[in-house]
Design a protein around this ligand. Sequence first.
Ligand SMILES: [Zn+2]
Length: 346
Amino acid sequence: MKKLEFYTFMKKIPKAEIHIHSEAAVTEATIKKLYQQNKDSSLINSKELDNFFSFNNLSEFVQCFIKLQKLLKTPEDLKYLFEDLGSYLQNNNIVYAEVFFSPTSFLRKGFEFKEMLSIIDSKIDQIKKEKGITVKLIIDVSRTFGVENAMHNLSLIQKLNDSHIIGIGLGGDELNGPAKEYAEVFKEAKKVGLHVVAHAGEDVGPQSIIDSINYLGIERIGHGITAIQDKELVKRLTKSQIPLEICVTSNLFTKKVVKKMSEHPVRYFYDEGVFITINSDDPSFFKVSITDEYWNLYSQLNFTMKEIKQLVLNGFDAAFISVEEKKKYTDTVLAAWEKAEKEVHN
Ligand SMILES: [Zn+2]
């Protein structure tokens, strides 16, 4: 299949995205709108505004992310993030998404958790009503701010009891926040019925993945690419079928394990029988969509269309939804796939 044909085909296929951050689909138009509202040139100048998403390394990326967070001056501003997210999901025919929301930096600015969630929830409900897309939230309790803060995040979640929140995740600085330290937080989260995931094996070696499984009991692994350095761990992942949330372009950008797309371990993991899902992580920042990622697998990592179909199905299978919902989505994907195949041949 040629590129255009592939994109036309994939546009027809309903997809799930289960590793994407709430700030990640923000558009340049929104950045400009926020800048106009603020008129705060100490945050960002007009030259930076024109090249907002251009950065060359991880630290510039982090700076860019922080700048965006600073531009969000009131809880009300969070609505723009979810409006952009809604458009991104619709453009890629993503019908189900689990989105990370990291509240800590906003809480530290004085935003109320309850108020933030009420604005986010109304946007999520609007996305459902207008576009028919289901969005659920995973609260990133972040290892960057320490265990006490993570526990505080959890208590806010428990107090609010918001039906859109389905779990917690451990994101942030993997190097300085070993999974082990968060065992209590995750134990407590599971006790109250929340799903648990963690970014692991993105910046740090395989031990970080092992610890996340052993100490946190995680149900999915964000990235997990350093498992490539430990064959025993790959065997364990195959056996346990704990899904990996693979974000190919994001890994290329951080350059920890992967230097070239064609060398990404996703091919090896898949061939070994590891449960793989495909995601975009931060689409605006890495200038990549989930559809682009499927194209990357197809064009550079020798994934066949049959394998791509399996990966799309895996996205729903790994989602935190009921068996009935999984079945419903699977049927929809298979029907859309069959129809799209017929249209290619006609
Ligand atoms: Zn991520």
